[in-house]
Structures are given as C-alpha cells and as structure tokens.
Design a protein around this ligand. Structure first.
Ligand code: ATP
Length: 363
C-alpha cells in the first residue's frame, strides 16, 4: 500500500551543544567533570507531513530553522528527538551543499549518482546532460573548490534533477545564478511537479514560493508557526514582516533576544510532559500508557550520543592494552616477562638500545 505521506515528521527537535573549546567537547564526550555546555534548540518540536506529489514551501526569517528541517529530512544531520520518516529517495539541492569540494565536477557527478543507487552506465547516460544543464564547460574536470558560488549551485542543481529523485529538497538554490538559469530551474521544477514528484522548497523569495508551492510551512525561531494554503500562509507572513519592520529597532532587538533565549532555555522534559497532557486529553488509555507512547515517539529513532559506562570501560581496557604492548615492544622484553614483572618495562634491554643506536648512527 502506498504511504499516505512521503515525509512525516513527529515532534522533531534539534539541539546544538555550543562548546566553548575542543577540550570541553572531549570532556563532555567522555563524560569527564562537570562541563557546562550552553545549548541551543534549533527546532523545538516540529510535526509536519508532506503528501506525494506535493510542493511544500518552507519560509521564515533568518535562523528560524528552515535549513535544519531540510537537512534532517535529507539525512544530512540527525534530529535530537522525534521521528522522521521519508518514503523515497531524497536529493537535496542547496548552494554548494552535498558537493565534495576536493573532488572534480565529474567525480561529484559519479559520487552523487552512486549514492542515489544509479549504475555507472546510468550515470554515464546522464553525465552530458548534467554538464550541459550546469553550463560549466571544461570546468567539469576541475575541483569544485575552484568554482564560483553560482557554478557550484548550478552543478548541484543539475546533478540533483538528473539523478531522478523521488523527493527533491531545494534549499535556497535559486537565489544565485542569472535569469536564464533561474528560468531553466523553474521549468525543471514544474516538470517534476507534472511527473507527480514531491518537492520541498526552502526560500526567502516569496514570489518563487507562490509560483511553485501548493502548501507552505512558516518556521519561526524553531517552531512551526503555521502550515496551510500557500496564499494564506504567505499573506500572514508578509503581514508579520511588515508589522515587525514598522516597530522600533529597540523593540525588534528585544523580541529577537527573547525568542533566542526561549530556544536556549527550551526544556525537553517539560515538552514531553506537555505532549503527554495533550495526548491524554483525547485518549482513552491510561496516562501511564500515553506517557510510554510519547516517550517511544520521541526517542525510538535516536542513538545515544553519550558513551555508556560499558563502552567507556571497553575503551579504557583497549587503551591500557595498547600502551602495554607499545612499552613491551620498545623495551625489548618478552610479553611473558613483562606480565610476570611489569617493572622490567622501565629498564629496556641493552641489545635493543644498541640496535636502535646502530640504526640511528648508520643513517
Ligand atoms: N551547527 C550549528 N551549531 C549551532 N547552531 C546552529 C548550527 N546550525 C544552525 N544553528 C542555529 O540554528 C538556528 C536555525 O538555523 P537554520 O540554518 O536552520 O535557519 P534558517 O531558517 O535556514 O536560516 P537562513 O534563512 O539564514 O538560512 C539558527 O539560530 C542557527 O544559528
């Protein structure tokens, strides 16, 4: 049976740890000491569905969480909690993202094609069309790091539309490039729509959103503020932007600082309790059962980030063994004598030292 939705997000959050130094990062990873890590919640619990064949726009001010969502859907970054179900192959097109900068254009075409499950033959069949569409000529043999932003974007777009994904995620890709290329991209997206493919379109350009999207999600400081018909949602967003711009600079600053603080202070346990309360109201199950269900939804797709005590012990044993064998090797003693009397490791055997000095002197 065909899934009702191509993409389903339930209660998705994304937390970033803002480490002050690499040292803090290492300490936190090994759970050593009490490292106070400032946190930031880029998504504060987003639930969103995209239907097959639908073009969904994602709009919102800078830093509202649009790219975080598109990167989570395309599997580039993991969510912190919640479930993300994607039924189909995704291909993300954003400015430069997804391209390996040290590889040439041609190598990137092969890599992306293979990652999308195409055979070498299939990749060869579309290679010329990609180079043609991207219009980068001989640069195709150069490393992508030497390309201009526009060239990278054109190549990214060309690869993504030619490897025939089921779900296409376009993140600000149309904001670079000239009018001719822009029109080519729009035509290609329209062609995709006609073929019944699913499109997620992240953009600041409201006219493009109105032209291409069937529905729009409005992100605001990590929350999904509204999702609905394109015209209605874009109109609400336009009104908000206009009213916001009409406020004083001091008001705008205070509002933004307050919203960012809410993202820093977001409490995942409180969010879970709130979900339980909401679900319990409409459920005939016991509160305990609802609570278990909510917890499962939040954490069933999540891998533990911190090391368990068991893993730490295994790592410690591995490090001790490594040091022991390294010392045995350097000291020139046998493993048995080192086990019987570990202090011999502090007294390397003479012939070993001699052989080393012969080696060094002969150089
Ligand atoms: N790796 C990271 N570490 C810390 N914070 C991050 C990281 N990536 C994103 N953020 C923060 O998460 C929030 C959402 O970022 P995101 O890029 O999703 O926003 P956006 O709506 O796509 O913004 P824009 O319109 O400027 O592209 C921002 O406040 C951003 O600073």
């Amino acid at each position: 049976m065909e899934n009702q939705y191509k993409v389903e997000l339930h209660n998705v959050t994304k937390e970033y740890d803002l480490y002050r130094s690499n040292n803090d990062k290492l300490k936190h990873f090994f759970n050593i000491g009490n490292v106070d890590v400032p946190r930031f919640w880029s998504l504060k619990g987003v639930s969103l569905n995209v239907k097959p064949g639908e073009a969904l726009g994602i709009i919102g001010i800078n830093g509202s969480g649009k790219s975080t969502i598109s990167n989570i859907i395309s599997g580039i970054i993991p969510q912190t909690t919640g479930t993300v179900d994607v039924h189909g192959d995704t291909s993300i097109i954003s400015i430069g993202a997804g391209l390996k900068w040290n590889l040439t254009g041609d190598e990137n075409i092969r890599l992306k094609g293979l990652m999308q499950g195409l055979s070498i033959k299939e990749i060869q069949a579309v290679r010329d069309d990609i180079v043609d569409f991207a219009d980068i000529g001989d640069f195709i043999g150069q490393p992508v790091k030497d390309y201009s932003t526009g060239m990278r974007s054109r190549l990214g777009f060309a690869i993504a539309v030619h490897i025939n994904p089921d779900i296409m995620i376009i993140d600000e890709a149309l904001s670079v490039g000239d009018d001719t290329f822009y029109q080519k991209c729009v035509d290609k997206i329209m062609e995709f729509k006609k073929q019944g493919k699913t499109i997620i379109f992240v953009s600041h350009n409201l006219r493009q959103v109105e032209l291409l999207c069937d529905r729009v999600a409005w992100m605001h400081f990590g929350d999904l503020l509204e999702v609905g018909e394109t015209k209605e949602t874009v109109d609400h967003y336009r009104k908000f932007s206009k009213d916001f711009k009409a406020q004083t600079a001091a008001y705008r600053k205070k509002y933004q600082v307050g919203k960012k603080k809410e993202q820093a202070d977001f409490d995942i346990a409180a969010y879970e309790r709130q979900l339980v309360e909401e679900k319990a109201k409409d459920s005939d199950k016991s509160k305990q059962a609802v609570s278990r269900q909510v917890h499962r939804t939040l954490y069933k797709q999540i891998l533990p980030e911190k090391m368990t005590i068991g893993t730490k012990l295994v790592m410690l044993v591995a490090i001790v063994l490594f040091l022991f064998f390294a010392l045995v090797n350097v000291s020139g003693h046998s493993v048995t004598s080192a086990i019987e009397n570990p202090t011999v490791l502090l007294h390397p055997v003479n012939h070993y030292i001699k052989s080393q000095s012969v080696l060094f002197n002969s150089k």
